[in-house]
Design a protein around this ligand. Structure first.
Ligand code: HEM
Length: 510
């Protein structure tokens, strides 16, 4: 009898201990946000969150309001849904809210890369130098010549110009990925091929093969990031990782021409820091992922929205034609290729607004920070909330602001001039509850982790569109086909992708 009692007692203590570890005893303390632990111990709401992040957070917002705490896979996440209060997350000192821990774990799992101490500083320095300001002059040229190599080589001109039919998503993603990759990671060496034409041909083949493999990884990515791949998918992800490490290896890079300063500077610092070469190879894959996973899908949405809104298409077309006229360039059969500089791309407020509107509707990152010490979050309403060390603080701007009907009337409709003032300059005043918003559109994130490639990415989108409009006639195969829905498995990772492709055709204009 005594030993049975002992066994029962031990069992009871283990169950209580397990429940404690699973977070079942956490209670909302005075001054903390509303707590919603979810149906399953430790996992909390993770199933619903993963199934459709936007829908889940919308439901929680309606239930709890501007701030709430949910349990997700063992962590307590405090979501802030009031955009007027975003500053308290974005501007909080790194000693209290840190992004590195979270990012380091993710890149270790997804890319097999072990971060170094000065990771973020190096990224910032090389991005400021090469992807912004004057650095963009060189990058714009590189992008331009690679776009032209890929877009113009195989389409017939003159009498044999034929309509080419393909999926718009596949086409846009393919071209923008490949041109961006070649602009950043360099071209085939002319010394080894003998002629520039041959080098360009190899660039076209090699980048196309790389894109096909990248798409396989891209499709596995959401489950890989959540760590829920099945066994065969795991093997495929492993194969792809190795393929990218080898294709982008530092050794192979050494023999390429025109490698961007953004890639070469970062590699050089790692070398100087004594990072082993195999780890540098892994870093190259991380750079490829960060730089090429978002812009192609965004290019698709931009082109599609313009095709579905003829008034928007006409306004953008007029702006593009005006810029070419101003710079004395005419697109004609047998004429020189157009030269589109960084400075020309600074004079496109209508296109800028169309790009911003596209991103508002289709870029949906979750910004997450780890809480390093107990802290207090001050909301715009004046209310203060206590947050515990070890938790996470997160913001999902898509639901919180980007599709809020109070900020953007008719929020799911594409309006190309939403970000234009009546006098044609950039509109930046958007309001909620009568107060002006500082954070009204956040496709690039915000604060220290704000996308360092955003100026280059915007340029890529504009260059792609400029070339499409200047060189091609294009139309949807079925102009009445509806805009496809958003693939909800990718909420939280940046640019969204469509649930299906949509057919279009294009041909040279001359
Ligand atoms: C439409 C295209 C793009 C979108 C929507 C986008 C969006 C984002 C977002 C949301 C983040 C995370 C921000 C955060 O966690 O706070 C990010 C990070 C990053 N992006 Fe982009 N991005 C795009 C294109 C690019 C391009 C073209 C490059 C490089 C050439 C780039 C390089 C990076 C890098 C290196 C990071 C990591 C930053 C860090 O850890 O501090 N992105 N991007």
């Amino acid at each position: 009898m005594g030993s049975l009692l002992q066994i029962l007692l031990a069992l009871f203590i283990s169950v209580i201990g397990a429940l404690y570890l699973l977070g079942s005893f956490r209670r909302r303390r005075a001054g903390e946000p509303p707590l919603d632990k979810g149906p399953i111990p430790w996992f909390g709401h993770v199933l619903e969150f993963r199934k459709d992040t936007a829908k889940f957070l919308q439901r929680m917002k309606e239930k709890h309001g501007d701030i709430f705490t949910v349990q997700l896979g063992g962590f307590y996440f405090h979501f802030i849904t009031d955009p007027l209060s975003f500053g308290s997350v974005v501007k909080e000192a790194r000693t209290k809210l840190d992004f590195t821990k979270f990012a380091e774990q993710l890149v270790a799992r997804v890319f097999g890369y072990n971060s170094m101490e000065i990771e973020h500083k190096v990224l910032q320095a090389s991005s400021t130098k090469h992807l912004m300001g004057d650095g963009l002059v060189v990058m714009t040229q590189a992008m331009m010549s690679n776009l032209q190599n890929l877009m113009l080589h195989s389409v017939g001109s003159g009498d044999d110009k034929q309509w080419q039919e393909t999926g718009l998503f596949t086409y846009s993603y393919n071209i923008v990925f490949r041109a961006g990759y070649l602009a950043l990671f360099g071209n085939e060496s002319v010394k080894s091929t003998g002629t520039l034409d041959k080098a360009k041909e190899i660039d076209r083949q090699h980048s196309d093969e790389l894109f096909k493999e990248f798409r396989k990884y891209d499709q596995l990515f959401p489950n890989l990031a959540y760590g829920v791949l099945g066994p065969s998918e795991k093997m495929e992800a492993e194969r792809l990782k190795r393929l990218f490490w080898s294709t982008l290896s530092v050794q192979k890079m050494r023999s390429r021409d025109n490698i961007s300063g953004w890639v070469s500077d970062q590699q050089q610092v790692r070398d100087e820091q004594g990072m082993q070469e195999y780890m540098q190879d892994r870093f190259m894959f991380l750079l490829l992922w960060a730089s090429q996973g978002n812009t192609g899908p965004a290019a698709f949405w931009l082109l599609l929205y313009l095709m579905k809104h003829p008034d928007a298409m006409n306004a953008v077309k007029k702006e593009v034609e005006e810029i070419l006229r101003e710079t004395g360039q005419e697109v004609k059969r047998g004429g020189p290729l157009i030269d589109l500089t960084r400075d020309m791309l600074l004079k496109t407020p209508i296109l800028d607004s169309a790009v911003e509107e596209t991103l508002r509707l289709t870029a949906a990152p979750v910004l997450t920070r780890a809480v390093l010490q107990d802290l207090t979050i001050s909301m715009a309403s004046g209310q203060e909330y206590k947050i515990r060390k070890g938790d996470r603080v997160a913001v999902f701007p898509y639901i919180a602001v980007q599709v809020d009907p109070e900020v953007y009337p008719d929020p799911y409709t594409f309006k190309y001039d939403r970000f234009l003032t009546p006098d044609g300059s950039k509109k930046t005043d958007f309001y909620k509850g009568g107060k002006k918003l500082k954070y009204y559109n956040m496709p690039w994130g915000a604060g220290t982790t704000m996308c360092p490639g955003r100026f280059f990415a915007t340029n890529e989108l504009k260059q792609f569109l400029f070339l499409m409009l200047s060189y091609f006639d294009f139309e949807l195969k079925n102009p009445n086909e509806e805009i496809p829905g958003i693939d909800i498995r990718r909420w939280g990772f940046g640019s969204m992708q469509p649930t299906k492709d949509i057919q279009f055709r294009y041909r040279l204009r001359f």
